[in-house]
Design a protein around this ligand. Sequence first.
Ligand SMILES: [Zn+2]
Length: 129
Amino acid sequence: MPTSTARVPKRNKRELEKFRRLLELKKVELSSELAKARSAEEESNEESTQDIADKAVSSYTREFLYSLTDGERTVLLQIDEALTRIDDGAYGFCLNCGTTLSDKRLTAVPWTPYCVDCQELSEKGLLEG
Ligand SMILES: [Zn+2]
């Protein structure tokens, strides 16, 4: 836990509520994207039994939608985790090194679990767990 390594000023309630709003807005946005993608998929399924050409288009669309929603699912998960951290009072710290995340970073990517350095490590696959 970050509190054991450094004495950091707690974010005030108003700041936390600001980030909570950002997170919830993004969540709504992504959820409606997912719902749209799902209904598009259902429509293409209904029409795809007609002939082979339709089927090909449908499977291409399905693959595209799948990869799209996969990435969005990850962000949705991170948003839920960030909202949990707000409730726990653990929001705004890097999950790896415990450093305080800057307001600039949190405003740009409110659901991020890591500081810039650790994010880089994570993207290179160098971060454990
Ligand atoms: Zn870090």
